[in-house]
Design a protein. Structure first.
Lengths: 215, 182
């Protein structure tokens, strides 16, 4: 700090043209000026740029340049605490911004990956759904075929049973009708002679039974 | 078969032998047994304790008149009615058939025909049945027009059926059996 103050004082001293060119300030320039005043300005008339580039002016410029360099060095070296804090804050913000950017990029990558995986998952889910649908379709078709087969079997069995029952009933009716017709006919046409013949046949049949038993 | 039924049956059999009416009693008992088996009204009246004794006896007499039952059997039934033991009637009748078959070798044979047959035919039939069964046959003659023609004999649980109605029944069974064949 001390050094900075010293450097600043030194710089201010340098800026002063009287300090920079002290050897030439012993009356000569002043006399010259008076001489010029007495002779009038007609000699020199107009002011030119080259008239400005005097030693004093150049010294002032050099001093000013040195001052700027010193000031720059001081400011750069020690600087303003507020600027330093500002710089640190900006750096911190930059770091934070970089971190956020990295985080955002990371998130973006993760999201992109997830999106990519999501597509795959969607494809997988779709494939699974199609597969499940096909399996369900096959199951329903198989179930329907089995049910149809069972219905066919049951229906066939039912028809067969009904046919058997109908055949049986028809046969019974036909047999009963035939027997009834025969019975009526026999009632009408059986004579005494038939009765005697039947009675004799009955005795013969008993004889046959006895012979079969004995043999 | 109850012991009481057996006692009455044995007494009836001994009396029938003493009076030489065994065949007649066998026929009467058989006819009564058939009436008992065939008539649910008779069974209900005899088993009903509310029916007064005189009414019950009158009913039994009416039935026995119709069947032409002998005096010996009528007296036995009357005794059962007097002692309020008519409920044992089937036991007495069954026991009598069993005892008479075992002790005398006589078996009741019920011969049914569509129309009455000559006595000579019944004698031949009795002889053949005795040969067939090896027992003394007591014929009980009956007529049943539903037979149409021919003769049917029942001895106990055995039946020798030579009637036209039986032939028709067999014909019907044959037709049904053939009709059911595939």
């Amino acid at each position: 700090m001390m050094r900075a103050v010293l450097a600043l004082v030194f710089g201010l001293w340098l800026v002063s043209p009287t300090v920079a060119f002290a050897e030439r300030d012993h009356g000569e320039p002043l006399a010259h000026e008076i001489t010029e005043e007495m002779e009038g300005h007609d000699v020199h008339g107009d002011l030119h740029f080259s008239d400005l580039l005097t030693v004093d002016f150049l010294g002032t410029l050099i001093n000013f340049g040195v001052l700027l360099l010193i000031l720059g060095w001081v400011i750069r070296k020690k600087g303003n605490p507020a600027l330093a804090a500002r710089r640190a804050e900006v750096e911190k913000e930059l770091a934070e911004a970089q971190r956020l950017r990295a985080e955002a990029e990371s998130r973006h990558m993760a999201t992109a990956t997830r999106l990519e995986k999501l597509d795959q998952e969607i494809l997988q889910i779709r494939a699974d759904m199609i597969k499940a649908g096909e399996a369900e379709r096959d199951r329903i078709v198989a179930q329907a075929e089995e049910k149809a087969a069972r219905l066919r079997r049951d229906t066939s069995f039912l028809i067969e049973q009904q046919m058997k029952q109908l055949r049986k009933e028809l046969t019974e009716r036909a047999a009963t009708a035939a027997v009834m017709a025969a019975q009526d006919l026999l009632r009408e046409r059986t004579t005494e002679a038939d009765q005697e013949q039947l009675a004799e046949a009955y005795l013969t049949r008993i004889d046959e039974v006895v012979q079969e038993r004995d043999s | 078969m109850s012991a009481l039924g057996r006692r009455y049956a044995k007494a009836l059999l001994e009396l029938s032998r003493e009076q030489n009416q065994t065949d007649q009693v066998v026929r009467d008992v058989g006819a009564l047994l058939d009436a008992w088996k065939e008539s649910s009204d008779l069974r209900e009246i005899v088993r009903n304790p509310v029916v007064p004794k005189p009414a019950l006896r009158a009913t039994m007499n009416a039935i026995m008149d119709k069947l032409g039952t002998s005096k010996l059997v009528r007296n036995t039934i009357g005794l059962l009615a007097d002692r309020s033991r008519l409920a044992y009637l089937p036991d007495v009748l069954d026991a009598f058939e069993e005892l008479s078959e075992a002790e005398t070798g006589r078996v009741r044979a019920e011969v049914v025909s569509a129309k009455p047959l000559p006595e000579a035919y019944y004698s031949r039939l009795q002889e053949k049945l005795q040969r067939a069964t090896g027992r003394q046959i007591v014929l009980v003659k009956k007529q049943d027009p539903s037979l149409i023609g021919g003769v049917m004999t029942r001895i106990g649980d055995r039946v020798f059926d030579g009637s036209i109605s039986n032939g028709l029944s067999e014909l019907r069974e044959t037709l049904l059996a053939n009709g059911e064949m595939p």
